[in-house]
Ligand binder design. Structure first.
Ligand code: AMP
Length: 576
């Protein structure tokens, strides 16, 4: 049978699912997990690692590892991984190939066609880049599916009679997306989208970290020590997840012979995260206003994204709508499940049709600014968006900026595109210099206008208030998409890469995790773990499958223990 798989190609994680016996089923990867981190790393021997092993290496080998490349789809940003530059399509293709291999292993047949999901606000260029990634991975994609539509399909909304209007709320690791959808006579239309590019599950972890540092009187110096920061971050993430299942959680660990502990419950988390929860409201209201649909006309609310597992988020959404959203499915799985539903419908020639809107600015575009911190110092390199991603085009917006010092004789306005907080992680577009023939600009404000049109042309106009002089810059931000020759070249390049063997990925992932823990530890414990790693490597070299299976289980338990404890009882009875 010819299987069409459904793929959620996500920013943090990707999933693959299949339609089977009348329902969608998620397919686990070679580690037995349904979430495959969208990370790619180059191993010491030059082979490519995808998924969890690559995510572990993000900490130990950041130069040889790439993540969050979905943010750059549709642009020609070169992403350096080890000794090579990759395009975002190529990195996405490597993730898709891994998912394809997992599906083929599970189904026992070749998989050559997929339904792949994309955010509703993805532009033409971003959609084309996603299709190219699929081609590079050897997958045929007839049509892409909007993520909110997929979430709706997972909940069977397409089976309802008559017109249905509903809202999809997607809170992932780093972004918040709201879509208002309308299903009428078998056609799904995205009526409006809104979002916050700087709000996601990660911010809730930061809120816990901040509260912990305040409560425990942690100095800035300690807070910035990488090992302490990593440990605290991991414990905060864990506590956040625990609170999704139980009423209380304890965040505890030892560091430099001091014990740290903080108790959390839902009420406390709710207070700590109140400013974040309040930020969920504006995009929901904006999307409903843009769609001209009053709240009481909505038929349902669908949750997507791992962070909507948090009860405080669910309650906030319930308060906004006066009823509880549907929560029968895991929110981080609904998009992939929905893609498989569409695949099932397609196999029966009943695929749901969509109206796709692509007349939006695909990325945020803005100016690099310095921020004044509480203690009077300055932090530079921050992105200040002027046009937010997802704004309907054509659009023209103006913001006012000031020189950082009154003696300044010129201001270089560095223009960037992208969703990251820091400009170094975004794409540089150009610089517009404002200067008044060497005279100090003083504290006079500068109005900076961004105008973006349907052809992807960005015009920047700056007017210095004092002199009234205007300056301008035209940026052609139509990103270089691949043509046929480039696709052929890219296919050849990818074919020459050595992919880490799938059947050994489990062991490689375990070693990558052990290496990360090794770097986090110190002293005797670290030395002891180093010996365990060498021992395990020797077992792997032995090719004795029974011994490898036993030792893998034991080594996993050992690492679980190390991760849980941070302080380990050494074999001779000492502690770290
Ligand atoms: P996604 O991009 O959909 O994979 O969402 C990832 C985000 O969901 C991360 O910030 C996770 O911390 C968060 N997340 C995943 N599982 C849970 C959970 N059980 N409770 C709270 N947050 C979670």
């Amino acid at each position: 049978m010819n299987h069409i798989v459904g793929i959620d190609l996500g920013t943090t994680n990707s999933l693959v699912a299949v339609w089977e016996d009348g329902k969608p089923r998620l397919i686990p990867n070679s580690l037995g997990e349904v979430l495959t981190p969208s990370c790619v790393s180059v191993d010491e021997d030059g082979s490519i690692l995808v998924g969890k092993a690559a995510r572990e290496r993000l900490q130990t080998h950041p130069q040889a590892t790439a993540a969050v490349f979905k943010r750059f789809m549709g642009s020609d940003k070169a992403i350096r991984v080890g000794k090579r530059d990759f395009r975002p399509e190529e990195l996405s293709a490597l993730v898709l190939r891994a998912l394809k291999a997992d599906a083929e292993a599970a189904l026992g047949t070749e998989v050559s066609e997929a339904i792949i999901t994309v955010p509703a606000y993805f532009s033409d260029a971003q959609r084309k880049a996603t299709r190219d990634a699929a081609r590079l991975a050897g997958l045929k994609v007839e049509r892409l599916l909007n993520e909110p539509t997929a979430a709706a399909l997972a909940y069977g909304i397409h089976q309802r009679e008559g017109e249905t209007k509903f809202l999809v709320v997607d809170l992932g690791g780093g972004t918040f997306d709201v879509s208002v959808l309308d299903l009428f006579e078998g056609v799904m239309e995205v009526r409006a989208t809104a979002g916050d590019n700087f709000l996601g599950g990660e911010d809730f972890v930061q809120a816990i970290v901040d509260a912990f540092c305040r409560e425990q009187d942690i100095s800035d110096k300690l807070r910035n020590e990488p090992r302490f920061a990593q440990l605290l971050h991991a414990r905060a993430e864990q506590a956040k997840r625990t609170l999704s299942e139980s009423p209380t959680a304890t965040l505890a660990f030892d560091y430099d012979s001091r014990h740290y502990e903080m108790a959390l419950d839902e009420a406390r988390l709710d207070t700590l995260c109140a400013p974040l929860l309040a930020r969920l409201r504006a995009p929901v209201e904006r999307a409903l206003r843009d769609a001209a649909i009053p709240l009481d006309e909505l038929d349902s609310v669908v949750l997507a994204g791992g962070a909507t597992r948090m009860p405080i988020v669910r309650k906030m959404i319930a308060r906004m709508f006066g009823r509880f959203p549907a929560i029968d499915l895991n929110p981080d799985e609904v998009v992939a499940l929905g893609a498989a539903v569409q695949a099932g419908l397609k196999m029966r020639d009943q695929a749901l049709k969509e109206v796709v809107m692509t007349d939006v600015a695909p990325y945020s575009m803005g100016v690099e600014v310095a921020m004044q911190l509480g203690d009077g110092s300055r932090s530079s390199g921050h992105m200040d968006p002027v046009i937010e991603r997802n704004t309907t085009v054509p659009v023209s917006k103006v913001k006012t900026y000031f020189p950082t010092s009154p003696q300044q004789t010129k201001v270089d306005l560095n223009i960037f595109q992208g969703e990251a907080r820091l400009t170094r992680e975004n794409i540089y577009l150009g610089t517009l210099t404002v200067s008044d023939d060497g005279r100090p600009l003083g504290q006079q404000p500068i109005d900076v206008r961004f105008t973006y049109d349907v052809n992807g042309l960005l015009q920047i106009d700056a007017v210095a208030h004092g002199t009234g002089t205007s300056y301008n810059l035209l940026i052609e931000s139509a990103p270089g998409l691949l043509d046929e020759d480039e696709i052929a070249a890219s296919l050849a390049r990818l074919a020459s890469l050595k992919i880490h063997p799938r059947d050994r990925l489990q062991y490689r992932t375990l070693l990558a995790r052990a290496e990360r823990l090794y770097q986090q530890l110190r002293g005797d414990t670290r030395q002891w773990l180093g010996m365990q790693i060498t021992g395990y490597e020797q077992v792997l070299d032995s090719q004795d499958s029974e011994r490898i299976a036993v030792q893998t289980r034991q080594f996993t338990e050992l690492l679980d223990h190390v991760e849980r404890q941070a302080t380990i009882l050494l074999p001779n009875g000492e502690t770290q």
